[in-house]
Design a protein around this ligand. Structure first.
Ligand code: SF4
Length: 453
């Protein structure tokens, strides 16, 4: 019998699904993320997140062992919830499942329902909000876990409360600096908003005298409850058509109009975001932002001689890759490979949308990739630079080309949490970094070392 050849994933271009859910829960005020699974999952995720954000990140665990794989983990989960309530005084506990508990088939919503009843019977009437989300890592990426957790929070907490004008902003997984910027933009339009999740403080806060068990900041739970009465929802992401997102839930259940749009990187995608804000608020783009756009256009012209015709490999989360590809085409860089570990089924179509009529050639687009595969393709394509997260460092070193770090994780540089990617301002910063990375590479490779370029 002929055996099909199989090569296992080698250095995946994606991360664990409940890791994304934990990050989303971290962006809610007073919340503690909790994994229903083994200690090892929580330890891996804490280490991974801390080395990017450089902030403490508690992730509770129901701490299952071998016998629970046979008898089920319900009692451990209930004990764990009580421990988190007693030790943290959490306002919300976000419970994400893991590979183990999904495989043994623990019914987490039912266990949590039993827990609520048992607590009530024992006289504990004030419970934190308990949100559950199913995140088997073998069926998706950290981005799917992130979106699933945001949807679960909205599904399980939001109500159809009439509220004064308000915008729901669902930005997806961006940096704390991005979230601060988005808040500034919406505030400049003088439009009240709720951003979910908001880890701009909880994962990038100031130094304090005393460690806080739960870092301050995050989207207030009361605001999440009001999301069903908002005027509109803006949800970032070009590959979300087939996902059950929070924006779709708010639209379908409460009639909140959903405006899906790409992550606002580059002029075209940022114009869409600002245009939607202008339409919603009835106000023109504030002068501060119009000037930033003007300077950005000017710098596109200035940078053209350094960037035109350069070839780039872009990899990472699908929506981030789409947004970056759109921007690269605007500045004259040719994306030759767009790769992601995700499998939305919408990636190629989204890349086609942002490259059509502007890219000199269609890039190779691949879903479900690992870094072994990206390397094999990149070797043939002779790129001038890589754009993506730190996991591409080894490849950049092998190819001898610069890596411009964006997104998550950034483990081999300082300040990943403060990278601004979005808006006219974030695009400006990205453009400057790309030009300088190429100039530095030219200087390093030059036998004479130009001082003036
Ligand atoms: S076992 Fe599954 S849930 Fe746990 S860390 Fe590994 S991939 Fe993530």
């Amino acid at each position: 019998m002929e055996r099909s050849s199989y090569t296992s994933t080698t250095n995946a271009c994606k991360l664990c699904k409940p890791l994304g859910a934990c990050l989303a829960f971290r962006g809610i005020e007073g919340a503690v993320p909790m994994l229903h699974g083994s200690q090892g999952c929580a330890t891996y995720m804490r280490r991974y997140i801390i080395s990017h954000f450089r902030e403490p990140m508690d992730i509770a665990s129901s701490s299952l062992g071998e016998k629970h794989a046979v008898y089920g983990g319900g009692p451990n989960l209930k004990q764990g919830l009580q421990n988190v309530m007693a030790k943290f005084g959490a306002k919300l506990i976000g419970v994400a499942t893991t590979c183990l508990t999904e495989t043994i088939g623990d019914d987490v919503p039912m266990i949590v329902k039993e827990f609520r009843n048992e607590m009530r019977q024992s006289g504990v009437l004030q419970l934190p909000a308990l949100v559950t989300v199913s995140t088997p890592s073998y069926s998706g990426t950290h981005m799917e876990g992130f979106h699933a957790a945001v949807r679960a929070v909205v599904e399980q907490l939001s109500e159809d409360k009439a509220c004064a004008h308000m915008l729901n902003l669902l930005p997806g997984f961006l940096s704390p600096e991005d979230l601060r910027y988005l808040k500034e933009v919406v505030d400049d339009f003088r439009y009240p908003s709720v951003i979910l999740p908001d880890f701009s403080m909880t994962l990038d806060g100031p130094a304090l005298e005393d460690c806080e068990k739960i870092p301050r900041g995050g989207t207030p739970i009361e605001d999440i409850r009001r999301m069903g009465g908002a005027d509109a929802t803006f949800e970032f992401g070009s590959t979300l058509e087939d996902f059950k997102t929070a924006g779709k839930f708010l639209d379908e259940h409460f009639g909140v109009p959903l405006h899906g749009m790409g992550i606002p990187i580059g002029i075209r995608e940022t114009d869409v975001f600002f245009g939607a804000l202008e339409q919603l608020s009835g106000k023109e783009c504030p002068e501060k932002h119009a000037l930033e756009k003007g300077r950005l256009i000017d710098s596109y012209v200035d940078a053209h001689k350094y960037l035109f015709g350069k070839r780039a490999v872009v990899y990472g989360e699908e929506d981030m890759v789409v947004a970056l590809t759109s921007f690269l085409c605007e500045v004259g860089i040719t994306p030759v490979l767009c790769a992601s570990g995700g499998r939305s089924g919408r990636f190629e179509q989204a890349i086609e949308r942002v490259t059509a009529g502007i890219a000199p050639q269609s890039p190779a687009v691949h879903e479900g990739m690992d870094f072994q595969q990206i390397e094999e393709l990149a070797q043939e394509l002779s790129p001038d630079l890589l754009i993506g997260h730190s996991k591409g460092y080894t490849l950049a070193r092998k190819l001898g080309i610069p890596l411009v770090r964006v997104g998550f994780p950034i483990h081999d540089r300082f300040g990943g949490q403060r990278i601004l990617h979005v808006g006219y301002r974030g695009t400006q910063s990205l453009l400057d970094r790309i030009v300088n990375a190429l100039l530095e590479s030219n200087q390093n490779d030059s036998p004479v070392g130009y001082a003036y370029m």
